[in-house]
Each structure stands twice: as C-alpha cells, then as structure tokens.
Design a protein around this ligand. Structure first.
Ligand SMILES: C[S@@+](CC[C@H](N)C(=O)[O-])C[C@H]1O[C@@H](n2cnc3c(N)ncnc32)[C@H](O)[C@@H]1O
Length: 242
C-alpha cells in the first residue's frame, strides 16, 4: 500500500473491514471526527451544482458506502456507486425512503469501482467522493475515469483526511490507532475490530499537495484544495476542461 495504490490482497481485506463497519459506521464516524462529519458533508453539498440548496443535474457519488451523504442530498438526479453489494444494500432503503419522503426521485445504485466506471463519456454534471478516495486501489486510474465521465466544465469534489507533513501524520496515526481504535473496540465489542483499516489507509494516504498535483497531471483544471480540519478533512475541487 502507498499513497497512489493498494495491492489486490490488501484491498480485498480493506473491503471486508469496511463492510464489517456497516452497523456502527455513522456512530464511530461522528466520534472519530468529533462530530464534524456532518459539517464536512454540507461543505461538499454546497460545492455541487445547486440552486437554493437543491441539487441540479446528474451527479455521481463514487464510494457511497451505507448512504450517509446521499440521504441528505435534496433534489437532482443522483447516482451512487460502490464496489460492495453489502454497502449498496444498506444504502438503498435508507436513502430512497428519505428521498421519497421529500418527493425527490429515487437514487440509481450501481455496483462498480472508481477505476472502471460503468458510465458513458461526458455523462455527469458533477462527481463527488467522500471518505472513499483513500480506499481506491489505483487513485490515478480512478481520477482518469472520473474525468472521462464528467461533462466538459463539470466539477469533481473530494473530501478525505490528508496529512500536511510527517509530524502531522504521526499525530493522526496516534489519534486513529489509540483513541478511535479503543472506542471502536468498545462499540464493536471485539478486540480485532474492523476499524483498524481506517488507521492503515490513513497512514498510507498522501498529503493535500500530492493530490493537487495528481489531479492536475490527470488533466483537471482550476484545481484547489482547502484544509477544513487539519489531518481529518481536506476538500479538493477541479473541473473537466471545456
Ligand atoms: C468509508 S466509506 C465512505 C462512505 C460515504 N461516502 C460517506 O460519506 O460516509 C468508503 C467507501 O468507498 C468504497 N470503495 C472502496 N474502494 C473503492 C473503489 N476502488 N472505488 C469506489 N469505491 C470504493 C467502499 O466500499 C466504501 O463503501
């Protein structure tokens, strides 16, 4: 595992670990982020094409997990992709019942990976990915696929916990490994709890600047990054060339 790739065996194990977190996902996430995760999700929503808080156009979420972001998206034509059938099965009833209660159209749930998106070229008005980019096994291939499916001038928004430097990385590792790890052990009720994968992918994930460079090299324009909570959340944005 490094900042760009995750080997096949590690990725399969990571996926099993992520699936095991489904029943406790939101609870541990709120604890690990000191309750900030909802605000970070709102910051992503605000960066997507919208009018008065209502999503406009066809938008893809890559790595939707159990639907924690998607259920709060109002309006639009939302497509949610994840490689895990278990994640999609958890997300679908939750997200679509919430959307139906607001009179929004049902979300289309699609099984697939960022690295091989099952969509036509130029078919989305925006793409977002929240706390999933870190788990893509080939980040360059995934970003190239996102660029392919975005319409010219359309935007990508990513949020994930990048490090600023090595010292920062050490504090982040300590926080995840011991503080969040202990809490996860108590919540999951097992010593070998699946949350340890969060520490592993965090440790190997790169810096904010590294992914700015990567986005530019892949061909995104107007790339910007904002550290919204040091070590826990950076938002990257870039647009497909017109
Ligand atoms: C930590 S969850 C994030 C869920 C949700 N987006 C959120 O905001 O909480 C990460 C998700 O990324 C998915 N994932 C892992 N590897 C992926 C890949 N190569 N392509 C797309 N999604 C991937 C996992 O299955 C998992 O559901």
């Amino acid at each position: 595992m490094d900042s760009e790739t995750i080997g096949e065996g590690d990725w399969q194990e990571l996926m099993r670990g992520l699936e095991a977190t489904i029943p406790v996902y939101d609870r541990i996430n709120r604890f690990a982020t000191l309750g900030q995760v909802d605000r970070w999700r709102r910051l992503v929503r605000e960066r997507l094409p919208s009018e008065a808080g209502v999503l406009k156009g066809r938008v893809l979420e890559v790595g939707c997990g159990p639907g924690s972001f998607a259920e709060e998206v109002i309006g639009g034509e939302l497509v949610c992709l994840d490689p895990s059938a278990l994640m999609l099965a958890a997300a679908e009833p939750r997200v679509n019942s919430m959307r139906a209660s607001r009179g929004d159209s049902a979300v289309e749930f699609v099984i697939g990976k960022a690295e091989d998106l099952p969509f036509d070229d130029d078919s989305f008005d925006a793409v977002c990915s929240l706390f999933s980019f870190r788990d893509w096994y080939d980040k360059r291939a995934g970003l190239a696929e996102v660029l392919r499916v975005l319409k010219p001038g359309a935007k990508l928004v990513i949020v994930d916990p990048a490090k600023m430097n090595r010292l920062h990385g050490f504090f982040g590792w300590f926080w995840m490994r011991f503080w969040v790890g202990s809490y996860a052990r108590i919540v999951c009720g097992v010593s070998d709890h699946p949350w340890k994968w969060l520490t592993k992918t965090y440790v190997h994930f790169g810096t904010t600047k590294e992914y700015v460079r990567m986005l530019e090299e892949i061909g995104f324009e107007g790339v910007e990054a904002k550290v919204i909570f040091p070590g826990m959340a950076t938002i990257w944005e870039g647009t497909a060339p017109k």
